[in-house]
Design a protein around this ligand. Structure first.
Ligand SMILES: *Cc1c(COP(=O)(O)O)cnc(C)c1O
Length: 334
């Protein structure tokens, strides 16, 4: 049936196309050689993100995976153990690099609570035991359906980590969504974290780019690891310019959240099993996800598999009329 209908792509918030304004900013960006010294537009982006996150310094990286890897590489020594929520991107979606490049033994926590962190991270272990040294948080939590950790819960997790001597890394690929959903500044969600990774290429719509941030001394080392991984770019200002435009679009995420909520409500009215989304990710429980994904595709609705469910993600290239159209197609197809 594809070919007769315009596809509506809800596989991810990464599918957005850079618009006119963003392309113009890229084309006219002031640039330097970011590997030699510093590209001025890169520097401007990094300063702006550091300020937004309430940290000393920040470093542009080509992807969120590289940002997480750089942070974990600097936090972990071979044989250290790190804690992360089950389903975390660092556990399941980065090819295990946290283990084989950063050297950490992963330990997934089924429930993220202060008690779980102190139980898993504390206590004496025998000389042949692992040393748990790091807690990785993820806000919003992608695999749980874009769920949000509010500042008070975040503070409890951080202080639990501290009480047993753990460093804290925050995978904030969609921290902007959490900030908008909670109505708090992004910096309110990074308090106490040693390092933070945020994506510019998800809901904010940049074609490429993430930022890893923390103390100034962390960023000095992070720049070395980025180079080691092949992530240093020369006239990076062309890419950073897109990031600067993207950062003007944080408040726009509220539309994505409203569209996700409307989609969830519509799906429920069609009898689907869908909880209310906290942000822009709708996770539907279906008996056979592959089968559902295929029948969705047949009516020109693209979704993706996640956590044994079907995931729909709203973003800047779909609006409320697209959501209404998705629901119309499903109603007709039912
Ligand atoms: C998308 C994402 C990343 C990074 O992804 P890249 O595709 O490497 O930019 C990291 N963590 C979470 C939770 C994500 O959703």
């Amino acid at each position: 049936m594809i070919g007769f209908v315009t596809p509506i792509d809800l596989r991810s918030d990464t599918v957005t196309q850079p618009g006119e304004e963003m392309r113009r900013a890229m084309a006219t960006a002031e640039v330097g050689d970011d590997v030699l010294d510093h590209d001025p537009t890169m520097a401007a982006l990094e300063e702006r993100v550091a300020e937004l996150l309430g940290v000393e310094a920040a470093l542009w990286v080509p992807s969120g995976s590289m940002g997480n890897l750089i942070a974990l590489f600097l936090h972990l020594k071979r044989g250290d153990r790190f804690l992360a929520p089950l389903g975390a991107h660092v556990l399941d979606a980065e090819l295990g690099t946290a283990a084989w490049l950063a050297g950490g033994m992963p330990h997934g926590l089924p429930v993220m609570s202060a008690e779980a962190v102190t139980a898993a991270g504390g206590g004496e272990s025998p000389y042949y035991g692992l040393r748990t040294t790091l807690l990785c948080l993820e806000n919003t939590h992608n695999a749980s359906g874009g769920t949000v950790t509010p500042p008070d819960e975040h503070a409890l997790l951080v202080s639990a980590a501290r009480s047993v001597g753990l460093a804290v890394h925050l995978d904030g690929a969609r921290l902007w969504n959490a900030s908008v959903a909670l109505g708090v500044p992004p910096a309110a969600l990074t308090v106490g974290a040693d390092t933070v990774q945020v994506c510019l290429s998800k809901g904010l719509g940049a074609p490429v780019g993430s930022v890893v941030a923390g103390s100034s001394s962390f960023v000095v080392e992070a720049r070395r690891v980025r180079k080691m991984l092949g992530g240093g770019v020369r006239q990076g200002g062309v890419l950073a310019a897109a990031g600067l435009v993207a950062l003007d679009r944080i408040s726009r995420l509220a539309d994505d959240h409203a569209n996700a909520s409307a989609l969830a409500a519509g799906l429920r009215s069609l009898g689907w099993d869908v909880p209310e989304p906290a942000t822009n990710i709708v996770l539907a429980s279906v008996p056979d996800p592959e089968k559902t994904l295929t029948s969705l595709r047949d009516v020109g609705v693209f979704a993706s598999p996640m956590s044994g469910k079907v995931r729909f993600v709203t973003h800047g290239d779909v609006d409320s009329s697209d959501i209404a159209e998705v629901l119309r197609r499903l109603r007709e197809d039912a």
